[in-house]
Design a protein around this ligand. Structure first.
Ligand SMILES: [Zn+2]
Length: 353
């Protein structure tokens, strides 16, 4: 009999709601992820202390590990520190850096990872990739998907609102990433995975079209679900393609050319996505994206994050080099410096009303 379906690597538990953290131990026990409660919890030294105080009584079998920073060395050290204990799972409790370090450490010592995100700043919370700084700059390391993802909306609200905004930019950018993937499929014959594309695009569209704002649970739930589904779409595709296109090349170029001045991931990919949609001739979609980003308090022009026009032109020019082999609207148009300048002026004019 032929195999009629495929299995998708995905978490056993996705728990997104207000108060979810209070039931963490129970949920992990019920799902046989940790029946003994022996957990290695990775947490930040700073803001993590308060969370630890609050959660420690509910997790009596847990050992707590402070994560030094977001480097590959920090992740290796974390794994080494944890490997002598007999744990059922590693819990990454914090923002992106903590979860990425915990992901890598868990993979290194062969334990499943429970991702407990304390902010919604990007789609890495449930992805099969750990982004860590190394001697060459920043690297993306393949790791298993988390076995459980827990997002407590009460905790998300405690984080600065700019984190939620960043997540909005990252989710909405999926629409441009999938358009780049389809373009490459047409132009270069690159295989496209329809399921991964559907998951990533629907996540972006849901966030784009939700009428709510950063303050309400309904919106935060859709955003959190969108980011989780985006992470799983990357597992389905086997790489970051469904959620990384021209907008992400522009983001990487900002980071590489201006490491000290760069804005958040979501702010930069949001600008990149609106501009990329304009470049591909999707004027209405670009304008709609701009309207939504503005409504949520996100930047839409480089000057909104402190960059001049000429600096942005250089960023766009450099962008394709950040991801060799990835075909997007930037590689397709292969614009000269003057053409980028003209295209940007056109974009700025189109959204100026
Ligand atoms: Zn992203």
């Amino acid at each position: 009999m032929p195999v009629l379906t495929r299995l998708i690597p995905s978490p056993l538990v996705v728990d997104i709601r207000a108060g979810a953290l209070n039931d963490l131990a129970g949920v992990l026990a019920d799902q046989r992820i940790s029946s003994s409660g022996k957990l290695a919890v990775a947490i930040s030294g700073g803001s993590g202390a308060k969370l630890r105080e609050r959660l420690a009584p509910a997790l009596p079998g847990a050992d707590w590990y402070e994560v030094g920073g977001g480097t590959l060395d920090d992740a290796i050290k974390l794994g080494d520190a944890m490997k002598s204990g007999r744990y059922d799972a590693v819990v990454g409790l914090g923002g992106g850096k903590i979860i990425d370090c915990a992901k890598y450490a868990a993979a290194r010592i062969g334990l499943p990872l429970v991702a407990v995100a304390t902010n919604l700043s990007h789609d890495g919370l449930c992805s099969p990739v750990a982004t860590l700084d190394n001697d060459a700059g920043r690297g993306s390391y393949g790791v298993p998907n988390p076995i459980a993802v827990v997002i407590d909306l009460d905790i998300i609200r405690e984080a600065p609102v700019r984190f939620v905004r960043s997540g909005i930019g990252d989710a909405v950018s999926n629409i441009s990433c999938v358009a780049d993937w389809e373009l490459s499929n047409r132009e270069t014959g690159e295989a496209i995975d329809g399921l991964a594309a559907a998951m990533a695009r629907q996540a972006g569209e849901a966030v784009l079209r939700h009428p709510g704002g950063v303050g309400d649970d309904g919106f935060l739930t859709v955003l959190a679900e969108g980011l989780v589904l985006t992470g799983i779409s990357m597992s389905v595709a086997g790489d970051s393609r469904p959620a990384s296109g021209a907008c992400h090349e522009i983001n990487h170029a900002f980071d590489l050319l201006h490491p000290k001045r760069a804005a958040s991931h979501g702010e930069q990919v949001g600008i990149g996505a609106a501009f990329a949609m304009h470049l591909r001739g999707a004027r209405e979609e670009s304008a709609h994206m701009v309207e939504v980003l503005r409504r949520h308090g996100l930047p839409v022009l480089p000057e909104d994050i402190g960059f001049g026009v000429e600096e942005f032109v250089k960023v766009v020019e450099y962008a394709p080099q950040t991801r060799p082999g990835r075909y997007t609207i930037l590689e397709h148009l292969d614009l000269s410096t003057d053409q980028i300048r003209d295209a940007y002026a056109d974009y700025a004019k189109a959204i100026s009303s």
